[in-house]
Design a protein around this ligand. Structure first.
Ligand SMILES: C[S@@+](CC[C@H](N)C(=O)[O-])C[C@H]1O[C@@H](n2cnc3c(N)ncnc32)[C@H](O)[C@@H]1O
Length: 230
């Protein structure tokens, strides 16, 4: 099964990089702190953005898409969390963890309040990911995405794609390059607009952190958008 093959290779790479510790989970409590520091800050900022922008029911349903070990739930104490990932993970009793592909979310139309992506929006072509988020969100729902690589134009995006392909090949996992879709900000804005989102905040982030890139680490981008139409 393609998902099993992806999961085995992805997990082996993350272990090699140091994101996964002795307990076998991709979680800041197990991996190397220097790798996780930036992600923890980004997820904390996402939780703050969510509490300031959320205007719906007091306990929103948040789908953590590309959730890895599902640890981000610790930051969303006032929400019900569904964690979705291609990896077969069952590590948190307080979170509903579902193995599924973000390009085809196992959720009914217009049923969730927040679609959250931590370093995962770029694991599907941007129009697929945004289209699925728009399908499952209720009107007024929020899309919050942090730490995905975003580039100001198609040329820089293509260079990033080539760099990451070289990185995966050198690390011994060339097939993983096909899963990695660095984002062209113009295409992202177009997809958001055509699917009915209003952008509340979009920072493309720092893309010249070469030591982060070598480690396969985070790019500090930040997106908050609200779904206006239904
Ligand atoms: C860089 S990790 C981020 C994990 C987690 N959000 C975090 O911050 O620790 C990207 C995650 O996206 C997942 N992923 C990749 N492609 C996916 C897909 N098509 N559908 C669902 N999850 C996917 C990977 O398995 C991985 O767990």
């Amino acid at each position: 099964m393609a998902a099993d093959r992806f999961a085995a290779q992805y997990t082996a790479l993350r272990r090699q990089e140091g994101w996964i510790g002795a307990d076998g989970r991709e979680d800041p409590e197990g991996g190397e702190p220097r790798l996780w520091r930036g992600r923890l800050e980004s997820v904390a900022q996402a939780a703050t953005a969510l509490s300031s922008q959320w205007t719906g029911p007091s306990r929103p349903v948040v789908v953590d898409i590309g959730s890895g070990g599902g640890w981000a739930a610790r930051y969303f104490g006032d929400a019900d969390i569904i964690a979705i990932d291609l990896l077969d993970i069952d590590s948190r009793p307080d979170v509903l963890q579902v193995r599924a592909d973000m390009r085809s979310l196992p959720l009914r139309d217009h049923t969730v309040d927040v679609a959250f992506y931590a370093a995962s929006l770029h694991y599907a072509p941007v129009s697929n990911a945004i289209g699925e988020a728009a399908r499952v969100l209720r009107a007024g729902g929020l899309l919050v995405a942090v730490d995905s690589p975003m580039y100001g134009d198609r040329r820089r995006q293509a260079l990033a794609e080539a760099r990451s392909a070289a990185y995966y090949a050198e690390a011994g996992f060339p097939e993983l390059a096909a899963h990695y879709h660095p984002i062209d900000v113009t295409a992202l804005r177009a997809a958001l607009a055509s699917d009915g989102f209003k952008v509340l905040r979009l920072e493309a982030g720092v893309t010249a952190r070469r030591w982060w890139e070598r480690l396969g680490g985070p790019e500090r981008s930040f997106l908050v958008a609200r779904l206006l139409r239904r």
